[in-house]
Design a protein around this ligand. Structure first.
Ligand code: FAS
Ligand code: PHB
Length: 384
């Protein structure tokens, strides 16, 4: 078998890349190890930054997002018993949309299948060979080993995928001394925007998915097992950290997400390219993970169109450096938000006072609040 672009992974990066390539008349095959049902039900990110929202609309994927997504013009930072709203609309004139990653994935899969896209779920034993000369993907499907010869291979297989090791990149890696316990509850949100709460001894985040579903996160120790947290314990802790304005309800999902800053450079080796979590991870405090994945494939789709349609290699040669500028901007912002809002177990009085000073300055200075706002809503593509 042969295709122009072989894509490993059917998360936001792989699916959107396949969609963008199809719009440019370029064929691709997406190989995914999990089932379609698993991929569509996986609860992860919740915030679409402005460039992501604009792109999804431009490429015909904004319909359900505009009907069901929640446009937000600000977020609140809560510390020392006070709430401070960062007004995106006033500061930078644009906002975000709260729309679950699993909804974006459902929309992408529906669009690809409607267009006759070649998505292959539940494949196993994917291998990548010949990346310097004659790229070929090997895989097993329905018990049969198959080979797919490609002009180009793109690793969109996430942090634990098999493609990054083939690039053998340099990595920058930082792990944080805490994790997030996230829950999805069938409970009407009482806040209409997100609240990032720096409580005296721990962090919590109040988010949502719809007028009926609340999304909440608690800072927990890095080795936390979600099974050790009963529903009652979770609600008690959420009330303690976020106050009484929380509706309780049946939990739909509960999970622990580690906190890590990770970048692999370069994001290419020969005819193998990396995109999304396969190349970089950010702590979710800045709501950048999925948005970065989408930004990568926006750049890559344009570069591959120039190369595969016109033989122009400038875009693919610049791909890694182009994406890494935006990646490092998001890495810094996500590290900054995480450092400012979380309570570090080994922090001393000096560090705690610095943190509170940073929070006070951020909400009291228009310049500082504008910096947070423009990074949070997403810097325009090509501006970094
Ligand atoms: P993904 O990991 O989404 O997709 C990779 C795909 O490749 C998966 O479907 C996987 O099954 C498949 N795959 C892996 N190995 C394979 C192989 N060998 N063969 C074939 N297929 C293979 N970001 C936020 O902004 N906010 C959040 O709150 C947030 N919460 C998160 C919670 C969790 C538990 C995790 C893991 C991540 C979270 N993220 C969050 C980050 C997340 O949203 C990612 O940034 C986003 O999924 C990146 O998309 P992809 O790069 O497509 O990778
Ligand atoms: C979410 O709603 O899942 C969410 C929102 C903001 C974040 C992280 C996650 O920073």
């Amino acid at each position: 078998m042969r295709t122009q672009v072989g894509i490993v992974g059917a998360g936001p990066a792989g699916l959107l890349l396949s969609h963008l390539l199809a719009r440019a008349g370029i064929e691709s095959v997406v190989l995914e190890s999990r089932s379609r049902d698993h991929v569509e039900r996986r609860v992860r990110a919740g915030v679409l930054e402005h460039p992501t929202v604009e792109l999804l609309r431009e490429v015909g994927l904004g319909g359900r997002m505009d009907r069901e997504g929640l446009p937000h013009d600000g977020v609140s930072l809560r510390f020392a018993g006070e709430d401070h709203r960062i007004d995106f609309a006033d500061l930078v004139g644009r906002g975000i949309v709260v729309y679950g990653q699993q909804e974006v994935v459902k929309d992408l899969i529906a669009a690809r299948l409607a267009d006759g896209g070649d998505l292959r779920f539940e494949v196993s034993d994917v291998t990548v060979d010949g990346v310097e000369a004659d790229p070929v993907l090997g895989f097993v499907r329905d018990g049969r080993r198959e080979e797919l010869h490609c002009d180009v291979i793109v690793g969109c297989d996430g942090f634990h995928g098999i493609t990054r090791p083939v690039v053998a990149p340099e990595v920058a890696d930082r792990q944080y001394p805490f994790a997030w316990l996230g829950i999805l509850a069938k409970a009407a949100p009482l806040h209409h925007e997100l609240v990032y709460a720096h409580h005296e001894d721990v962090f919590a985040l109040y988010s949502m998915r719809s007028p009926e579903v609340t999304r909440l996160y608690l800072q927990v120790p890095p080795d936390t097992d979600a099974a050790d947290w009963s529903d009652a314990r979770i609600w008690d802790e959420l009330h303690r950290r976020l106050g009484t304005e929380i509706n309780e309800g049946p939990l739909i999902e509960k999970g622990v997400t580690g906190m890590r800053s990770f970048v692999a450079e370069p994001m290419r080796r020969g005819w193998l390219f990396l995109a999304g979590d396969a190349a970089h991870i950010v702590p979710p405090t800045g709501a950048k993970g999925m948005n970065l994945a989408i930004a990568d494939v926006r750049v890559l789709a344009e570069a591959l169109e120039s190369f595969l349609r016109r033989g122009d290699e400038r875009g693919i040669d610049a791909y890694s450096d182009t994406c890494l500028r935006r990646v490092w901007r998001a890495e810094h912002f996500s590290w900054w938000m995480t450092s400012m809002l979380h309570v570090f177990p080994d922090a001393d009085a000096f560090q705690n006072r610095l943190q509170l000073s940073q929070l006070r300055y951020t909400v009291s200075s228009r310049a500082a609040a504008t910096s947070l706002a423009e990074n949070y809503v997403g810097l325009p593509h090509g501006s970094v």
